[in-house]
Design a protein around this ligand. Structure first.
Ligand code: IMP
Ligand code: MG
Length: 180
């Protein structure tokens, strides 16, 4: 598995610093609110597990699973709900927790869907942001861990073809893996 990685972008220690910084900021901003963290499966699962423990104010959690990929590295814009939320969003300040914001098509769809359910507010927290790749104008990260250039990254929950999610760091996948 390690042989498929071209270089490490964010080590475990670096990721822990990023998550702690986000947790502090969110705890401050949501101290008088009714926070609900919505994790978008499966990529955000590790980030979610670490982020919720870095948040020191009460929060509820829920999960949704969508599939949006026409192929293994590009978003199609067509989003299918595989698993919906269990919690009724009314009265909640929703914070969507994503692994990476790429074209933004997936989040644009999810955000509209959740807004229709009358939450008090909706914001977006993404671990990684690839701003160069944005293809929609209604999506931005209210909280962003780090920016990455236009390269395909894996690890810490992020996959290529369902592999590499269990790497504890974030690294760039060698091109030959996804171009073969
Ligand atoms: P978007 O709809 O193009 O913004 O796609 C967002 C989703 O694409 C993320 O939640 C990831 O699952 C996936 N994705 C985008 N870029 C990468 C990457 O570099 N590595 C792994 N998954 C990615
Ligand atoms: Mg994914």
């Amino acid at each position: 598995m390690l042989n498929d990685i071209q270089k490490v972008y964010y080590s475990e220690e670096h990721l822990a610093d990023i998550v702690n910084r986000l947790g502090k900021q969110i705890s401050e901003d949501y101290k008088d609110k009714n926070l609900l963290l919505v994790s978008v499966l499966k990529g955000s699962v590790i980030f979610m597990a670490d982020l919720m423990r870095a948040i020191t104010v009460p929060c509820a959690i829920d999960f949704m699973c969508v599939s949006s990929y026409a192929n293994k590295t590009e978003s199609s814009g067509v989003v299918k709900i595989i698993k919906d939320l269990d919690i009724n969003l009314e009265g909640y300040d929703v914070l969507i927790v994503e692994d990476i914001l790429d074209s933004g098509k997936t989040l644009s769809y999810i955000r509209k869907l959740l807004l229709d359910r009358n939450p008090k507010s909706i914001k977006i927290c993404t671990l990684l942001d690839k701003p160069e790749r944005r293809a929609v104008d209604d999506i931005w990260a209210d909280y962003s861990g780090a920016e990455v250039p236009d390269e395909f990254v894996v690890g810490y929950g992020l996959d290529y073809d369902e592999k590499y999610r269990n790497l504890p760091f974030i690294g760039v996948l060698k091109r030959e893996i996804y171009e073969k």
